[in-house]
Design a protein around this ligand. Structure first.
Ligand code: NAP
Length: 336
């Protein structure tokens, strides 16, 4: 996506208000206590979802969010069961406990992997730079751990549950030169080489590469009814708490862009709902402005190098996650 297309989208395209009917369906939203996740929950309540689970790292903030949802929506919210499970994506053990709790729900029709962070401070979490852990490795650990309950839902309801990953149009800022190194994560985890003002972009590019790879491994949904649909989306630049701690020139640039271009959080959240409502044609695809638009992906992602990079980094990701969840590859490959 060129800078011009980005600015055009921000200023002149307003994704439509979702009108899908989610009656009887259960959803999980990570990072659901604020920002886009919270607004997505508000849309889902309006669209008659039966149950929403917010993944929150602070139970106090989660309780506040549920109060806000209940308070702001009157009777509409009474028909929807709202709950929260603790989730700290800087800790794999928390991701594993969260996934086990979600498995007890018995039915999950859609997951918004929305929790994400941007920071200029380099520190490690679970052996990786923390942005990579939260946005990439823990996100895909969770994605994979949720596959069994999504598969079960597909079989029991005869539907195609959605696994929607909230990425970013800013992935275009990186071509991941580290993918050619013997160990890409090791290169990215070197504090002497990390350019933290660019790290968020790298993490969002990795999310897209990993999501495409996962979708490919799960197979062609269009050929097989009632399969999990994995799609990814950018909400565009939106008002939220995401960039509040950024400092220096980078922080100032983002603040100016935010002032001039950002969508409201509610409008941005429409794109998350659009991904949950999208059909099999969105499997493995990228959504921009609330619709499938692969041309908005960077040319690197769409190139042969991008496909090779995705496969190589996926292998590294699996090798890392095997230490945490030894059967991780088997979960991905499990057939129904
Ligand atoms: N806003 C934008 O312009 C924009 C553009 C493109 C993509 N996105 C993506 O949209 C998603 C939502 O972001 P947002 O804009 O709504 O930002 P936000 O208001 O900062 O919300 C981020 C959410 O992620 C949670 N989170 C952060 N670190 C976490 C961790 N270690 N464990 C569990 N949860 C964690 C936050 O929890 P706390 O409240 O506890 O911090 C919060 O609920 C992110 O993936 C972001 O990359 C946003």
């Amino acid at each position: 996506m060129s800078l011009l297309s980005f600015v055009y989208s921000q200023l002149f395209v307003e994704p439509p208000i979702p009108d899908h009917d989610f009656s009887g369906q259960t959803f999980v939203i990570t990072g659901g206590n604020t920002g886009l996740g919270l607004e997505a929950a508000r849309h889902l309540i309006r669209l008659k979802a039966s149950r929403i689970i917010l993944g929150v790292r602070s139970m106090e903030k989660g309780a506040e969010a549920i109060k806000l949802l209940r308070g702001g929506m009157g009777d509409t919210s009474d028909a929807c069961s709202l709950d929260m499970f603790e989730l700290d994506m800087e800790k794999y053990s928390s991701v594993q406990i969260f996934a086990k709790s979600v498995a007890t729900l018995g039915r999950v029709d859609g997951v918004l992997l929305n929790a994400g962070k941007v920071t200029q401070d380099f520190y490690l979490a679970e052996g990786n730079e923390s942005t990579l852990t939260v946005n990439v490795t823990a996100t895909f650990l969770l994605a994979i751990l949720l596959l069994p309950i999504l598969r079960q839902t597909a079989i029991e309801t005869g539907s195609s549950p959605r696994l929607s990953i909230v990425t970013s149009d800013r992935h275009v800022e990186s071509n991941l030169p580290e993918w050619k190194e013997s160990n890409t994560f090791a290169a990215l985890n070197d504090p002497n080489r990390a350019i933290m003002d660019k790290r968020y972009h790298v993490s969002k590019l990795l999310q897209i590469l990993m999501a495409r790879n996962l979708a490919q491994l799960l197979g062609d949904v269009q050929e097989r009814a009632n399969q999990i649909i994995v799609n990814m989306l950018t909400p565009g630049m939106c008002k939220s708490g995401l960039t509040k701690d950024l400092r220096g020139l980078f922080g100032a640039q983002i603040a100016v862009m935010d002032y001039l271009l950002a969508r409201s959080t509610e409008v941005g959240a429409r794109t998350l709902i659009a991904a949950l409502a999208q059909g099999a044609e969105s499997h493995g695809k990228y959504m921009n402005d609330g619709r499938v638009q692969e041309s908005a992906l960077s040319s690197f992602v769409r190139s042969e190098a991008g496909t090779l990079a995705a496969a190589k980094v996926w292998e590294e990701l699996m090798s890392q996650l095997e230490h945490v969840q030894p059967d991780i590859r088997a979960i991905v490959c499990q057939k129904d």
